[in-house]
Design a protein around this ligand. Structure first.
Ligand code: COA
Length: 161
């Protein structure tokens, strides 16, 4: 289906950088599925899959054509299951490109009809990364311009525990 796209990622947690990509792509497609990868077996995430889903749902509730879903396994299988052949990824700087190039080509090898579309991050958000934010929160810094306050507060609460 051409008017439907997925935007997959770990979103640990979702930041203003991701939200910017979602808002811009929501204007281009009839429907976007924000697909949150449940990678608990392979990667330690700070937030559980249900926390990451609930953060994302809260942040996209003004976008009526965006749906948040968790998934396990291959992204291509998720795309096939939902009859989607467009995948969105954001690129912040040249160093992202190398990884994204491999990911897009591998996905395309696994599912020939799957096209990856890259959006350049807005310059004012291009330096944001979830792990840097976690670091700043850990050391008591201000992250209010990088992610929503409710998520930052949850993060502080989690770190205190
Ligand atoms: N603005 C701000 N930050 C951004 C961003 C943007 N537009 N785009 C990415 N990021 C950051 C994230 O904050 C995160 O930062 P961190 O590494 O410091 O934590 C990093 O970039 C990547 O996060 P994210 O966008 O959530 O994606 P990901 O690289 O974790 O996602 C998957 C990768 C889930 C898409 C990929 O692993 C996958 O498809 N997995 C499923 C299994 C599979 O199919 N594997 C085979 C693939 S060929």
């Amino acid at each position: 289906m051409k008017n439907k796209a997925i935007y997959p990622g770990t979103f640990d947690p979702i930041t203003y950088g991701h939200i910017d990509i979602i808002e811009r792509t929501a204007l281009m497609f009839e429907k976007i599925i924000l697909a949150i990868f449940d990678n608990s077996l392979h990667k330690n995430t700070m937030f559980t899959i249900s926390e990451r889903i609930s953060f994302a749902k809260e942040q996209i509730k003004h976008l009526t054509n965006v749906e948040v879903m968790g998934f396990c396994g291959l992204t291509v299988n998720f795309a096939k299951k939902h009859n989607i052949n467009i995948l969105i990824r954001g690129i912040r700087f040249i160093s992202d490109f190398e990884y994204e190039y491999k990911l897009a080509n591998m996905n395309n090898n696994l599912m020939a009809s799957l096209e990856t579309i890259f959006l350049l991050s807005s310059p004012k958000l291009s330096f944001i990364s979830s792990s840097l934010i976690k670091d700043i929160v850990y050391y008591g810094g201000d992250v209010s311009s990088f992610l929503p306050k409710s998520i930052a507060n949850f993060m502080i609460h989690k770190l205190k525990k």
